[in-house]
Write a protein that binds this ligand. Structure first.
Ligand code: AMP
Ligand code: MG
Length: 333
């Protein structure tokens, strides 16, 4: 988990009720509805997480994405509106970021298997072969039929870099519908703060120290919205003193080697924040800042409210110009 949350003490007189958790999407998903916490509402939210996991997960053979992958090189697969929507957003992001965000990364993520039980450093030949099947330009989307066709039979999609953000956006719709006042969602580091803090203070979200992977590097104060982080400490393995993490650059076939240790995106739009955190981690700081100047060209990918905070490998904290949330820094200056 890349974040942990310091929820500022809620209703001073009474302790806030604890959050509830499930294991889904390969991580802990916790929800705190505070004093709106009806059991049936928790159930509705957790059911929605599971429902979406069942559509997107490549570890579930019957998922829509698994079916698309199995039909690679053979036929187009009709999918639900939401699977089409997420795939289209992921593919648009791939074109916009020149593949820094690449939804067709599964041949490489499977090969490295960083999130699995037996990760290994592949041979050069294996990497060369796998990366030749990660060209996102071979994905064909048919908007009218709502179908996805992977032209390369050895290619396969992995939506791990976008799913949790989309799920947060979907849970938010339920919170609105159910008139929830305040909620904190934490889907394995994709944090979403819903509603203003009733103590009329900002919420505090702690950004994990990406060097130790434990404790807070700094605390961000914000009114509400999503804070999504990607970092090389989230999932990794070590071999001969070298660290190999889970975000792969398809052009090299290796875990990306940019200047950032972690990058956090703040926005009301969680799916977009999820895309950008993964992409910016690959792109590095200078390229990410340049990318943010393309707001007019990519309005849906770069929302007006987007703010970026990064911790570099040499322990500097960098922020985008419009960054207006307050940070308390400890050792990171
Ligand atoms: P995140 O934690 O959101 O940065 O997403 C990381 C996950 O996205 C990985 O575990 C993979 O499932 C997938 N992934 C890895 N590299 C990339 C990439 N370059 N573009 C898009 N998704 C990726
Ligand atoms: Mg992401």
């Amino acid at each position: 988990m890349s974040f942990f949350l310091i929820v500022s003490v809620f209703l001073t007189a009474c302790k806030p009720p604890p959050s509830q958790k499930i294991l889904a999407m390969g991580t802990f998903c916790s929800i705190n509805l505070f004093h709106d916490g009806r059991p049936e509402l928790y159930k509705r939210l957790f059911d929605r997480i599971i429902q979406l996991e069942n559509k997107f997960s490549v570890n579930i053979p019957a998922s829509e994405i698994s079916r698309v992958n199995e039909s690679a090189g053979k036929s187009a697969v009709k999918v639900s509106d939401e699977t089409f929507f997420v795939t289209k957003a992921a593919l648009d992001a791939a074109y916009a970021t020149d593949g820094a965000f690449n939804p067709l990364i599964l041949p490489l993520t499977r090969l490295w298997n960083v999130s699995g039980l037996n990760p290994k450093v592949p041979t050069e030949a294996e990497i060369f072969e796998a990366k030749s099947h990660c060209d996102y330009r071979t994905i064909i989307l048919n908007e009218n039929e709502r179908s996805i066709f992977l032209q390369d039979e050895k290619s396969a999609m992995d939506l791990g870099g976008i799913t949790k953000g989309f799920v947060c956006d979907e849970l938010r719709k339920i919170l609105v519908e159910e008139n929830v006042k305040n909620a904190v969602l934490n889907l394995g580091g994709n944090v979403f703060i819903f509603g203003k803090n009733p103590e009329k203070k900002d919420w505090q979200v702690a950004i994990r120290d990406p060097f130790s992977g434990e404790g807070a590097a700094l605390v961000v104060f914000l009114e509400e919205g999503s804070v999504v982080t990607s970092g090389d400490y989230e999932r990794f393995f070590e071999k001969d003193g070298e660290v190999f993490h889970h975000i792969i650059h398809w052009k090299t076939g290796y875990p990306s080697r940019g200047d950032l240790k972690s990058v956090s995106i703040l926005s009301q739009k969680s799916m977009v924040a999820d895309i950008l955190s993964t992409a910016f981690f690959v792109m590095g700081w200078d390229e990410s800042l340049k990318f943010l100047e393309n707001r007019e060209k990519y309005p849906s990918l770069i929302p007006d409210d987007v703010q970026v905070l990064a911790i570099t490998k040499d322990k500097k904290v960098l922020t985008s110009k419009n960054f207006h949330v307050k940070i308390t820094k400890n050792e990171f200056r």
